[in-house]
Design a protein around this ligand. Structure first.
Ligand code: F0G
Length: 456
């Protein structure tokens, strides 16, 4: 039997990549103040900054764009979108938004109040920011296995249910909702098991607290359950997805991830009174409830993408292609987060560059070198991103120094990934020559986006 896993699609349209030389890239990254966010995208050869909004749509999704009904109210495209979301997610109320954080903004604007605590396996930055913006506390309760980047565990994205149960027992009145992010992006794209989701639901329901899922990468999570959790090997990904959501009371979703869309998102709930309040805010900030922040054509593309993403052959290819990169790096002795997650590869910069102090940003130094070596763009998730306390102005080393290489869906082929692997190995071989960095100028909030740096 043939073992090779092929991309389960053919390429119909291509976008040329501009190739640059190493000397040009040295100059370009210096001009961008050693911050890959400040590069022009056309100067990047392989762009692994994010898997969000960067997917390649299918011919069906492009065809669906032409069907977009742009009526202000009650458009055909809205009904197609709503029915698809309900078919997969099962919630009674669907509120369309322009992307995930808009759904978070509406949800937490209503539910998060000063003094409240909202637990999650690990909050994504925008989720945390929206909670904190409303004066509440965003509490991360990752499972214990998540702390060690080197240990393989099938469901490192799990929430620590013991800690959650204790928190609920002591302070239930302060918890307006419990959240679980699938897969756990900030925790390395690691999946959450069905058993864990079920247990969170039990804890939440016993205490009368709503349980929400941050569903951005729900299809990848469903497929990890299929491949790793006992009892699911013969269940279709869509049925696993339906079961996951059946334990929850609502969800937030960015269609820029597991819906193959370039823009879009939604908020769901089973609570009619809450949905009424949410729609009122939606009208103020996003748009009429039958389009939210989206064009009719976007609603169509999302409806197509939500079904395509649950294709088992696609999901096999997706998880295996990420694992392929991780395996090659691990075999070469490169410190990489194990096991492979769904949407991204995470290098452990603390072990990659142990001679660089956290306050000299080893992750950023590594991201810069990957650009210079091969024109690869990726993002530091470490002290540059999380080290500054915006309230006190003090700087501390972050919990981990990671570099994330997020893989856009259906965009790059295996030979692109071979190129990435080779580039990382070349940087690994000259790691001792790499120096740390210093911030020249940075804002107080979300400084990694615009910080200007220089080499020490
Ligand atoms: N939740 C998670 C888990 C995410 O990964 C993201 C976005 C959001 C919410 C917000 O969604 O971007 O549509 O507003 N993650 C992107 C990333 C930006 O690169 O990981 P959005």
């Amino acid at each position: 039997m043939i073992k090779a896993i092929i991309e389960p699609f053919r390429i119909k349209m291509v976008e040329p990549i501009k190739l640059t030389t190493r000397d040009e890239r040295e100059q370009l990254i210096e001009t961008a103040c050693f911050n890959p966010f400040l590069l022009r995208a056309e100067d990047v050869i392989i762009d692994l900054l994010t898997d969000s909004g960067t997917s390649a749509m299918s011919s069906d999704a492009w065809a669906a764009l032409m069907r977009g009904d742009e009526s202000y109210a009650g458009a055909r495209s809205w009904y197609r979108f709503r029915d698809t979301v309900q078919d997969v997610f099962g919630f009674s109320h669907v509120i369309p938004t322009h992307q995930g954080r808009a759904a978070e903004h509406i949800l937490f604007g209503i539910m998060a109040k000063p003094g409240c605590i909202i637990p999650n396996n690990t909050h994504f930055d925008t989720t945390r920011a929206n909670i904190e913006y409303n004066g509440a506390e965003a509490l991360d309760l990752p499972c214990k296995e998540a702390a060690d980047p080197g240990t393989p565990h099938p469901f490192k994205g799990n929430i620590d249910t013991e800690a959650l149960e204790k928190l609920v027992a002591e302070q239930a009145d302060k918890i307006p909702l419990i959240m679980v992010t699938i897969t756990n992006n900030s925790g390395g794209g690691q999946p959450v098991s069905m058993a864990n989701i079920r247990e969170v639901s039990r804890i939440a329901r016993a205490a009368g607290i709503p349980f929400y899922i941050d569903a951005c990468r729900f299809a990848e999570n469903a497929h990890f359950i299929k491949r790793r959790e006992e009892g699911y090997a013969d269940t279709a990904p869509i049925d696993i997805a339906r079961e996951m959501f059946s334990y929850a009371d609502g969800c937030t979703m960015s269609a820029k991830k597991d819906a193959f869309a370039n823009i879009g998102g939604f908020l769901c709930t089973n609570d009619a009174a809450l949905a009424h309040q949410e729609r009122n805010i939606l009208i103020l900030t996003e748009g009429f409830p039958t389009y939210g922040g989206l064009a009719g054509r976007d609603l169509e593309a999302i409806a197509v993408g939500l079904h395509e993403i649950l294709d088992e052959h696609y999901l096999d290819y997706r998880l295996l292609s990420t694992r392929y990169v991780v395996k090659h790096l691990d075999d070469a002795g490169i410190p990489v987060l194990l096991p492979a997650g769904g949407h991204a590869v995470y290098l452990d910069a603390r072990r990659f560059l142990p001679h660089i102090e956290p306050l000299q940003y080893p992750g950023q130094a590594l991201a810069v070198e990957l650009y210079i070596e091969a024109g690869i763009r990726c993002v530091e998730i470490g002290t540059l991103m999380f080290g500054l306390d915006p309230h006190t102005g003090e700087e501390h080393p972050a919990r981990q120094e990671l570099v994330r290489l997020a893989i856009p869906r259906r965009v790059y082929t295996q030979s692109h990934m071979d190129y990435v692997i080779e580039a990382i190995i070349l940087v690994w071989e000259r790691r001792n020559e790499i120096r740390g960095m210093r911030i020249v100028e940075a804002p107080q909030f979300l400084r990694h986006f615009t910080a200007r740096l220089e080499r020490l």
